[in-house]
Design a protein around this ligand. Structure first.
Ligand code: PHB
Length: 393
C-alpha cells in the first residue's frame, strides 16, 4: 500500500537514485508527453500521414530532448470521427497523463477535444483544422494550421480584380466549407461579382459528377472549390472526365484542392488553377528547399500544407518548453506560445497573442509545369494575414 512511510522511503531513495521514483510529481527527467490525435485511416488519412511524417522529420532533425526533458509522442488514430477524438483525448489525459494534445485533422475533431483541454488545463495544438471559431472554444487552443477566411477573402478580391464576373461554387458541406463559401462570397459579391450556382457536397466519400454537370450548365467564368486535403485528386479527375477543363471553367479557391501531395498526379486539367494559400512546395526560400528535400528523402513524396502545419506545430511545442525551462504547467505554456514568431518553410509566421491563432503570409499561386512536374507557383504575397473570421472582435 501507499503509506506515508513508503513515500518517505521513496523520496529518500530518489534523492540518491534520481529517475527511479515514478509515482512522484513530474520532474525534469520525466518525459513530456504529447497525445497526437490524427486521422491515420479513412478519407482524411493523407492529413494524418503528412503531420505524423513532418513531426518525425522535425524530431529527427532537432533531437527528442528539449530543456533537458525527453519528448514522447503518443499517436492515436481517430479516423476523423469526433466521438473517437473525444474518447481518445480523454484516455490520453486521464490514463497517459499527457502534457499536450495535438493534431486534429478536421474541425469537428478539434471542437470535440476543446472542453477537455479546458478542463485539464493543457494546450491543444491544432495542426490541421481550419474553421475560424476553433480558437474561441478554449483558452488552451493554439493553432499552427490556417483559417479558411485567410485564403478565401484574398481569392475573392483577386477574382474581382481579374475580370471574373460569374462564379459557381462547390464546397464541402461542413464548417470549414461554410467558412470558405461565406468569406469568398462576401468579398466577391461586394466587388460586383455574381454567384450563378451554389452546391454543397457531403464530406464523406463525395461523388462530384452530378454536381459538375450543373456547374458546366451554369456557364460560369470560374468555379470556386473547397474540398478538404486529400479530396483534390478525386475532384480533379471527375472535373477532367466531365470536360470542364475543355469548356474553359477555371478552378479557383483556397489551396486545399491543389494540395502538393496530390497535385502532380492530377494531370494537365489542373494547369492554370489559381488558388490562395499558405504553402507551396515550390515556395522559393532556402529553408523550404531544405524542408522539401529532407521530407522527400525520408518519405518518398512531396510535403503539402498539412505537413508544414505539423512541422510548425511541433516547433511551437519545442520552443514553448524552452521558454518555460521544461515546465509543463498549461497556463505557462500558453503564455509562452502567445506572440511567438519564427521562420517556417511556408515563410514568416507568428501566433497572435490575442486570439492564439496563426498569422501568416497568404500567397496567390497558379498551377504550372516546372521541369515536367506540376507545382503551385506563387506570384503574389499578402503579408502577415490574420484570421478575419472570428465571431468575437
Ligand atoms: C477542417 O476540417 O477544418 C479542414 C480539413 C482539411 C482542410 C481544411 C479544413 O484542408
Amino acid at each position: 500500500m501507499f503509506n506515508r512511510r513508503k513515500v518517505l522511503q521513496w523520496g529518500a531513495a530518489s534523492a540518491v537514485l534520481p529517475g527511479l521514483c515514478t509515482s512522484m510529481p513530474a520532474r525534469a527527467e520525466d518525459a513530456v508527453k504529447i497525445g497526437l490525435i490524427l486521422p491515420m485511416t479513412g478519407g482524411q488519412s493523407s492529413t494524418g500521414k503528412q503531420i505524423d511524417n513532418a513531426i518525425k522529420l522535425y524530431m529527427q532533425q532537432k533531437g527528442d530532448t528539449v530543456a533537458g526533458r525527453k519528448i514522447e509522442i503518443i499517436l492515436k488514430d481517430d479516423a476523423a470521427v469526433p466521438d473517437n477524438t473525444k474518447r481518445l483525448a480523454q484516455e490520453l489525459i486521464v490514463n497517459d497523463k499527457v502534457n499536450f494534445i495535438a493534431g486534429f485533422g478536421v474541425t469537428p475533431a478539434a471542437l470535440a477535444a476543446a472542453p477537455l483541454a479546458t478542463q485539464a488545463k493543457i494546450p491543444e495544438v491544432v495542426m490541421a483544422a481550419g474553421t475560424s471559431i476553433i480558437t474561441e472554444r478554449s483558452p488552451y487552443i493554439v493553432r499552427t494550421s490556417f483559417t479558411l477566411a485567410q485564403s478565401s477573402t484574398i481569392i475573392g478580391d483577386w477574382a474581382v480584380k481579374n475580370g471574373i464576373k460569374k462564379v459557381a461554387t462547390l464546397t464541402s458541406d461542413y464548417a470549414p466549407g461554410n467558412d470558405a463559401l461565406t468569406f469568398f462570397k462576401q468579398r466577391f459579391t461586394a466587388g460586383g461579382g455574381e454567384i450563378v450556382e451554389e452546391v454543397k457536397v457531403p464530406l464523406a466519400n463525395p461523388d462530384f459528377a452530378p454536381f459538375l454537370q450543373r456547374m458546366k450548365d451554369a456557364k460560369p467564368d470560374a468555379m470556386f472549390v473547397f474540398v478538404p486535403a486529400g479530396q483534390g485528386g478525386n475532384f480533379m479527375k471527375q472535373y477532367a472526365e466531365r470536360g470542364l477543363d475543355k469548356s474553359g471553367i477555371k478552378v479557383i479557391g483556397p489551396g486545399d484542392v491543389m494540395d502538393d501531395d496530390l497535385l502532380n498526379n492530377m494531370g494537365d486539367a489542373a494547369l492554370g488553377a489559381v488558388t490562395a494559400h499558405l504553402y507551396s512546395a515550390a515556395h522559393p526560400s532556402e529553408m523550404n528547399k531544405d524542408f522539401v528535400a529532407a521530407y522527400k528523402k525520408a518519405f518518398g513524396n512531396r510535403p503539402g500544407f498539412m505537413a508544414v502545419s505539423g512541422y510548425d506545430g511541433i516547433h511551437l511545442i519545442y520552443e514553448a518548453l524552452k521558454k518555460t525551462g521544461g515546465a509543463t504547467d498549461g497556463d505557462k505554456l500558453i503564455e509562452a506560445m502567445k506572440g511567438m514568431k519564427w521562420e517556417s518553410p511556408r515563410g514568416p509566421i507568428s501566433i497572435d497573442p490575442e486570439t492564439r491563432d496563426i498569422v501568416q503570409n497568404i500567397y496567390i499561386r497558379k498551377v504550372e509545369k516546372v521541369d515536367g512536374e506540376l507545382y503551385n507557383v506563387e506570384f503574389a504575397t499578402f503579408e502577415a494575414v490574420k484570421d478575419s473570421g472570428k465571431t468575437k472582435k
